[in-house]
Design a protein around this ligand. Structure first.
Ligand code: NAG
Ligand code: NAG
Ligand code: NAG
Ligand code: NAG
Ligand code: NAG
Ligand code: NAG
Length: 360
């Protein structure tokens, strides 16, 4: 597969230009690599190839995408289906790309998540646990739950802000130095009809699993969603998917905000980092060079640290998240799973999660 160059001046002058490209004028979802900047090919590597791995009759590939070394698998949460069944977790084997479903105790409606070292864990090993953002339902709290996928043991870490229920915890990251869990709380359980009416502002939180301290670090969002640290841990990126509520409304945010992180604990200097031209930027990850990648309305979009769009892994339908693996990027588009192989870029957390590529 070769890269398709998007002519920015043609795009600037003709709002219909994008749809005239043969790579984007498709009747069914299909993957291609669209360069908006010459650096896109440098970031992905000249030999990157992309293809579809799975096409299922239900939305198995939605969010998370957390690696577990013991079974060499990615754990991907499904999209919400019904209260008759907890949200399934789809296990994608990196050995042969085979797919199975599982569920964990005390995890009801899992959405985002992160690999997780419990307090005092040996950080020379790959993370022994996973944390899922459980959006909750009409009977269960929206909560953070730590799971060991190798034993199915679950430990509930946080069920409320000091007694005030969260709306729908959406996504989380563990700070690699402090071990704190930073997470967002949005309203999607309510918009998908499985949570009560929200009673909290839309905020970003920092939680210390060791001490129980929980603190609001940012507010003022319509729907805070994905979040990610820059590789130097000086910047936090937070996506606002406010454009999508019960329905899509393009006058609301589809925006990535950046903050400076102070003393590994608080945020300052909120600024607009990027806006998505289609859909909304949802799950977000950085590579080790500080480029910012997010699932959006037609695939995964990649911006450089200055917020310039470098390119898209285009699939022609919404991608809510994706996962880095060594030399690979797995793109989730709900019913479909795609892989880009021979990728030069390395995800910020690949060294930690896979225990390889640490020399970069
Ligand atoms: C898309 O492709 C079809 C079939 O080749 C063509 O008829 C149509 O004009 C194309 N649409 C655009 C916007 O270029
Ligand atoms: C791409 O593949 C060619 C041919 O196998 C090889 O010579 C080249 O080094 C590769 N480039 C990268 C960046 O790996
Ligand atoms: C979800 O998992 C449960 C239990 O593992 C299974 O019974 C159910 O069929 C799965 N749902 C889907 C849509 O695969
Ligand atoms: C908080 O959530 C729990 C679990 O769903 C529920 O029992 C409780 O009534 C909720 N509290 C409020 C004030 O809504
Ligand atoms: C964990 O739970 C899943 C789903 O119920 C089951 O298939 C699997 O065998 C369990 N694993 C362990 C180690 O108990
Ligand atoms: C879209 O959202 C804006 C801002 O919240 C609101 O004023 C407008 O009425 C909405 N439009 C539709 C069609 O719902």
């Amino acid at each position: 597969m070769s890269f398709v160059n998007v002519d920015l001046l043609a795009l600037a002058r003709d709002a219909n230009y994008f749809s005239t490209l043969s790579a984007t004028n498709i009747t069914a979802p299909a993957i291609s690599l669209l360069s908006y900047h010459p650096d896109f090919q440098t970031v992905l590597g000249e030999n990157a190839t992309a293809r579809k791995i799975a096409d299922l009759p239900w939305e198995a590939f939605h969010e998370a995408g957390i690696y577990n070394k013991k079974d060499n698998s990615l754990y991907v949460t499904s999209n919400y289906q019904s209260l008759d069944d907890n949200i399934n977790i789809t296990v994608v084997s990196l050995d042969d790309y085979s797919i199975t479903s599982t569920q964990f105790p005390d995890v009801w409606e899992a959405n985002g998540g992160t690999s997780y070292y419990p307090p005092d864990a040996d950080q020379s090993q790959t993370p022994p646990q996973q944390v899922y953002c459980d959006e909750g339902d009409f009977e269960h709290y929206s909560q953070l739950v730590a799971v060991d996928p190798n034993t199915n043991n679950s430990i509930i870490l946080l069920t409320s802000f000091m007694g005030r229920n969260f709306s729908s915890i959406n996504d989380a990251r563990q700070h690699p130095v402090t071990g704190d869990l930073w997470f967002t709380d949005a309203d999607y359980g309510y918009y998908q009809f499985f949570r009560p009416q929200p009673a909290q502002p839309k905020q970003v939180y920092r939680f210390e699993p060791k001490t129980g301290v929980v603190q609001v670090v940012a507010d003022g969002f319509v729907e805070p969603n994905g979040l990610e640290f820059s590789p130097d841990l000086k910047t936090l990126y937070v996506t606002d998917t406010g454009a999508q509520q019960f329905s899509f409304n393009g006058t609301r945010p589809a925006t990535i905000y950046a903050f400076d992180i102070q003393c590994d604990k608080t945020l300052t200097n909120r600024r607009t980092f990027a806006f998505s031209d289609i859909g909304f930027p949802d799950g977000i990850h950085c590579d080790t060079d500080g480029n910012v990648w997010a699932g959006a309305g037609d695939g995964v979009h990649v911006w450089n640290p200055e917020g310039i769009l470098l390119g898209k892994i285009f699939v022609g339908e919404t991608s809510n998240n994706f996962a880095f693996a060594p030399g690979k990027v797995f793109v989730f588009s709900n019913s479909r799973l795609w892989v880009v192989e021979n990728v030069k870029a390395q995800g910020r957390e690949v060294c930690k999660d896979f225990g390889v590529g640490c020399e970069r």
